[in-house]
Design a protein around this ligand. Structure first.
Ligand SMILES: Cc1cc2nc3c(=O)[nH]c(=O)nc-3n(C[C@H](O)[C@H](O)[C@H](O)COP(=O)(O)OP(=O)(O)OC[C@H]3O[C@@H](n4cnc5c(N)ncnc54)[C@H](O)[C@@H]3O)c2cc1C
Length: 386
């Protein structure tokens, strides 16, 4: 996760001394928006370290009990404290709720491996530089300032790993993503109200090599990796001595999955080729191609007219549409079920989503696909508008 790594790196070096002495919100006002991501991460690392070292449970509002426990975390709220709303996830659902919740009535604790929300419909545009990455990410602390200010409200950089519904406790594990400052550790949070908004995982259908060689398009760091790979391949293919065949492979951008994301991304790529590559990489412009592979029809959940229109537009803009089923993904080629080899330089995987292992593990009612979780609580929560 380069996005995450960047944040950790910056937050733990250049800004460390400023941040440790000042309230996040005060610094937030005087610095550009990117730094507020770093502030949030710095805050979450600091807060989590404190709970890990001090075993007693924090009862919220900064009050420590004397009851020893076998884990670090936030214990049950007391009668004179605000009820604690715990939100798992910082995506569309979680952030929408966090934004509107009435923080005079609730303390809010958000647990998510991501300290920002991503405006996913704009993500494809960042891959080709039409938009900058910071334009599509909003720090959680800016969505709900109480999370940075209020003594009983927090953001924790962690995955929820399980829920004890009987005792109203969420089990969490910090996310350190290989950064060697601290090993991941477990902590617990007691909740009064719980919202599970942890989204879904990208589907790979168990196809070998997808996770290792393809790039998904769901997070900012995915878009960064796509942009990096695209530019790298454009420059490498211009180096003397690279064979025509190798140039063609390096500049073959393959998108697997003809749903809205795959179609939109293919369109963005072909715009980029027509507008930017032709001017700025004129030596290799004839070698770059986009192929969209789909097992059935593109945009199969949309109506006919839209499907026909999208197909025409994609073909017109130079996207090659291939109907096929991917059987195997290797470092430089994919193999289709009919035995065809498709060499690639960039492979983007966008074949839909399915339930995450966390949601699968929960023993609660789910939708037929096993994805969404039905919670009767939402209607009971008081927002600024209710
Ligand atoms: C490129 C792209 C373009 C899209 N365009 C559109 C569009 O134009 N229109 C549209 O309607 N939809 C679009 N979508 C779909 C839309 O983004 C999703 O439907 C939406 O994000 C789902 O919201 P969510 O809150 O359920 O999950 P998400 O937004 O995915 O958020 C899930 C959150 O939970 C966190 N999380 C994951 N696991 C855990 C855990 N164990 N513990 C705690 N937190 C966890 C994640 O880090 C994330 O913060 C697009 C999706 C993509 C990828």
């Amino acid at each position: 996760m380069p996005w995450f790594r960047n944040l950790v790196h910056l937050s733990s070096t250049a800004f460390k001394s400023q941040l440790s002495h000042k309230p996040a919100v005060a610094v937030n006002k005087s610095i550009p928006s990117l730094l507020s991501h770093q502030l949030l991460l710095q805050f979450s690392n600091t807060a989590a370290t404190a709970t890990a070292e001090k075993v007693p449970v924090d009862n919220g509002g900064g009050t420590k009990t004397s009851t020893p426990t076998s884990y670090a975390g936030l214990g049950p709220t007391k009668g004179d404290q605000k009820p604690r709303l715990v939100v798992l996830g910082s995506g569309w659902a979680g952030c929408r709720l966090i934004k509107d919740i009435d923080t005079n009535l609730y303390d809010v604790v958000c647990v998510s491996p991501r300290n920002h929300m991503v405006f996913t419909p704009l993500l494809a545009s960042t891959c080709v530089g039409t938009l900058e990455f910071r334009s599509v990410a909003e720090p959680i602390g800016r969505i709900q300032p109480a999370i940075s200010r209020e003594p009983g409200s927090y953001y924790f950089l962690a995955n929820s790993t399980g829920i004890d519904f009987e005792n109203h406790v969420v089990n969490c594990q910090t996310v350190t993503d290989g950064v060697d400052t601290l090993p991941p550790w477990d902590f617990k949070i007691s909740y009064d109200k719980l919202v599970i908004a942890s989204g879904a995982d990208a589907s790979t259908f168990g196809i070998k090599g997808v996770k290792e060689h393809a790039i998904f398009l769901r997070e900012v760091h995915h878009a960064q990796e796509i942009r990096r790979r695209l530019l790298l391949n454009l420059m490498l293919s211009d180096v003397p001595g690279v064979s025509d065949e190798e140039k063609r492979r390096l500049l073959h951008c393959v998108v697997v999955g003809g749903g809205p994301t795959g179609v939109e991304f293919s369109g963005e790529l072909s715009d980029f080729i027509q507008r930017d590559v032709r001017q700025r990489y004129a030596h290799v412009k004839d070698y770059i191609h986009v192929t969209l592979i789909e097992a059935n029809e593109i945009l199969s959940s949309f109506d006919d007219r839209l499907r026909v229109y999208a197909t025409k537009q994609l073909i017109k803009s130079g996207v090659r549409l291939v109907r096929g089923v991917v059987k195997d993904v290797q470092p430089e080629k994919i193999v289709l079920s009919d035995g065809t080899d498709v060499p690639y330089g960039l492979l983007v995987w966008s074949t839909g989503v399915g339930p995450s292992p966390f949601v699968k593990s929960l023993d609660i009612p789910k939708s037929p696909g096993g994805r969404s979780v039905a919670l009767p609580l939402l209607s009971q929560l008081k927002t600024n508008k209710s």
